[in-house]
Ligand binder design. Structure first.
Ligand code: NAD
Length: 363
């Protein structure tokens, strides 16, 4: 199969759909890979790295879309790319169709085959192509939180790990899933005093078993959250209720119970956030302050660490990309229910219920 890797053109997107390591695997499987010039630069991969791996470099995005049977990328195509997409062309990328109607109509019109990373789903209902980005965001949330706790950045001026003779900071993590677990590991490693809250008791039992001694678990309910707020320095929002908006576990009036300079990193901002005062921010302007509480609510946290994020994403997408390239999308999806659930729009028809329902389209 002929595979194309365009350069991401969405604002501030430095990730790339395929690494040189991925090129080697696809070429070994008999495929031809075309990469747009400088596509990997933002993630630290130069054109020579790709040619050494066996890819060919094409100077323009038009040539990449023009030649490829399968496009592998990171973000959904943006408007200037719509007309480049060909009938029957397989697009393997994040789409998030339900959040953007014009993209949905454009992909129906282009009659492409859209296989969305975010809906590839395992039998246990886990989403293997979302997990890597949650791992990145979870680990990064502590790095960012530690930074914004510094006084010049309007935080309380407390060091996460303390020092001998001085207590460490207290970190409260709402949600003990992928983001929360990764955040807890980082915070614990830095010596903080960590509490994870979740509504799932089985999950709390598991976390209690695997986490180090400076991590405690606590049932998530309003009473317990109110109890912790006055004494905690860093709060991580990491809740997810699949298919629904995040619940507001910290309401506006609860901000008054926190000390000035407390930092909230609401990773769940992409689902509306689990703190009521959360509104999306960007890497250029990541924080704002309400009632002396520093809010960090960047919606695409992994974008700040493209090297790590690109490699993490590729580790997860490559086995699926190889199946698609080796078998073609029809056979690959017939053989794998995981991949089949990734199909959202096929040759002009919406085939994913959530997308059809979002915009009242035939399904
Ligand atoms: P997950 O499904 O692995 O974990 C969510 C956890 O929340 C589960 O353990 C669940 O039991 C728990 N939960 C549900 N209701 C709760 C409540 N009332 N109180 C406490 N816990 C509750 O999800 P995840 O992969 O960890 O993702 C968490 C959020 O982070 C999602 O909204 C995801 O989209 C978002 N995310 C954001 C970024 C970013 O850049 N901002 C990046 C990756 C993921």
């Amino acid at each position: 199969m002929i595979i194309g890797v365009p350069k991401e053109i969405k604002n501030n997107e430095n990730r790339v759909g395929l690494t040189p390591a991925g090129v080697i695997e696809l070429v070994r499987n008999g495929h031809k890979v075309y990469v747009q010039a400088t596509a990997g630069e933002g993630s630290g991969f130069m054109d020579e790295d790709y040619t050494t791996a066996g890819a060919s470099i094409l100077p323009s995005i038009e040539e990449v879309y023009g030649i490829a049977e399968m496009i592998i990328k990171v973000k959904e195509p943006i408007e200037s790319e719509y007309s480049l997409i060909k009938e029957d062309q397989l697009l393997f990328t994040y789409f998030h169709f339900a959040s953007y109607e014009p993209l949905t109509h454009a992909m129906i019109k282009q009659k492409a085959v859209c296989l969305a990373y975010e809906t590839v789903e395992r039998a246990d209902r886990s989403l293997p192509l979302l997990v890597p980005m949650s791992e990145v965001a979870g680990r990064m949330s502590i790095q960012e939180g530690a930074k914004y706790l510094e006084k010049p950045l309007k935080g309380r001026g407390i060091l996460l790990g303390g020092v001998p003779g001085v207590r460490p900071a207290k970190v409260m993590i709402l949600g003990g899933g992928v983001v929360g677990t990764n955040a807890a590991k980082m915070a614990a490693g830095m010596g903080a005093d960590v509490t994870i809250l979740d509504t799932n008791l089985a999950r709390l039992r598991y976390l209690d078993d695997i986490m180090p001694a400076n991590v405690n678990t606590f049932m998530s309910n309003e009473y317990n959250i109110r109890e912790l707020l006055p004494t905690h320095d860093l709060i991580i929002g990491a809740v997810l209720i699949p298919g629904a908006k995040a619940p507001h576990l910290i309401t506006r009036d609860m901000l008054k119970e926190m000390r000035p300079g407390t930092v909230v990193v609401d990773v769940a901002v992409d689902q509306g956030g689990c703190i009521e005062t959360c509104k999306p921010t960007t890497h250029e302007n990541p924080t704002y302050i309400i009632d002396d509480v520093v809010h960090y609510c960047v919606a695409n946290m992994p974008g700040a660490v493209p090297y790590t994020s690109t490699l993490a994403l590729n580790n997860a997408t490559l086995p699926y990309a190889i199946q698609l390239a080796n078998k073609g999308w029809k056979k690959a999806c017939a053989d794998s229910n995981e991949l089949k659930l990734g199909l959202n729009i096929v040759q002009g028809k919406v085939v994913y219920k959530g997308v059809a329902e979002a915009f009242n389209l035939d399904y």
